[in-house]
Write a protein that binds this ligand. Structure first.
Ligand code: ZN
Length: 362
């Protein structure tokens, strides 16, 4: 992720922190200062935010270590001001494994809350509310820490995507139904909940409206992704292969690419040198080149040199996933070590549209 600094490695997983985290700390110092807090109070507030940060990190590590049990690697964990993000290489598709991986995060929070509970005595509700509205200090630090962990566990267990609870629900449903059906049911339940949150938000806490929208969109995205994947099942890359594409020589100037872009239906070009693929050039690359270097620049200096090759016999589902992960919307296809054509995102989407139209007709 851009703008993230590496903090170190834990269990072979790179741990990163995003620079915007510094803004959060500055904001907390500033807003505490504004409201007349003294240095000690500010220090406690900052310490508390850091402790939440560690908590969120442990939550993500919980997911990552659970995934590791099933031989799923985690590329990295990035800490953002809004939370943590563990990028797993894949999501386990066996229901029980998905259940364990999804629940491992909230389980960390529950464990932390229980552990903290051993060392403090819980006050009654009235005192609790009074303490929590006081701001963090030496006296109520661990009480606040416990409450945050309970809250994080509950929030993440809301049974809706993109929360962990949505995955838990899907995993449970997938023990009985096919995965894409289970996803659909879980997504619908999540959206119903989201509408409920938005509705409640109008009568009470406006924050719920925000959470409701967040969940609504997350549910939709997850349902769509699984739907897409299930549409691709049973096909290989060869089924979506494009043998007609536009090439451009690496020595040609950008102006040639502009001409091609304006006069053909192609949006991405394969850059070749002595008829051998050396890079790709899409509309964005061309526009960037025009504004930064002018149209006389050779294509070779502005092309994307990151060529991704996939095998023609690879299941289309897997190819699609790889393209998403590598953020490549244009990949080269090889069959028996020969370059045979390309596959692009647009074409896969068309492929899905055709399949879904046919499925509806049946
Ligand atoms: Zn989680």
């Amino acid at each position: 992720m851009r703008g993230a600094f590496k903090l170190g490695n834990v269990a072979g997983i790179g741990i990163y922190i995003h620079w915007t985290f510094a803004i959060l700390i500055i904001f907390i110092i500033f807003s505490n200062y504004q409201s007349g807090s003294n240095t000690q109070q500010i220090a406690w507030a900052v310490l508390f935010v850091l402790s939440i940060f560690v908590t969120v990190f442990l939550h993500e590590l919980g997911h990552a270590l659970a995934a590791k049990r099933y031989n799923i690697k985690t590329k990295d964990i990035t800490m953002l001001p809004i939370g943590g993000l563990a990028r797993l290489e894949s999501i386990p598709e066996k229901p029980f494994e998905e259940l364990v991986v999804a629940i491992a995060g909230p389980a960390v929070n529950i464990a932390l809350a229980l552990f903290t509970g051993l060392f403090i005595t819980l006050p009654n509700t009235e005192v609790l509310v009074a303490e929590l509205s006081n701001g963090v200090n030496a006296h109520n630090f661990f009480l606040n820490f416990l409450v945050v962990n309970v809250w994080l566990a509950l929030f993440n267990l809301i049974p809706a995507f993109p929360m962990d609870g949505g995955r838990v629900l899907r995993a449970l449903l997938a023990m009985k139904f096919e995965r894409h059906i289970a996803t659909n049911i879980a997504a619908r339940i999540g959206q119903l909940l989201a509408i409920g949150f938005i509705f409640l938000g109008f009568y009470g806490n406006p924050m719920l409206i925000f959470i409701g929208f967040f969940i609504f969109l997350g549910a939709q995205a997850e349902a769509q992704m699984v739907q897409t994947k299930s549409m691709l099942t049973g096909y290989t890359v060869k089924n979506a292969l494009i043998q007609q594409y536009q090439t451009i020589e690496a020595t040609e100037p950008v102006s040639t690419a502009v001409h091609l872009l304006l006069n053909s239906q192609y949006k991405t070009f394969l850059v070749t040198q002595n008829s051998y693929p050396v890079g790709t050039l899409n509309r964005d690359d061309i526009i960037r080149a025009l504004s930064q270097k002018g149209d006389a620049e050779p294509v070779a200096f502005v092309m994307d040199t990151n060529l991704v090759y996939i095998d023609a016999h690879l299941p289309l589902e897997e190819a699609y996933q790889q393209m998403q992960q590598q953020q490549a919307n244009f990949v080269l296809v090889k069959e028996n070590d020969h370059f045979v054509g390309i596959v692009d995102n647009e074409n896969i989407l068309e492929f899905i549209l055709v399949k879904s139209a046919l499925a509806q007709k049946r």
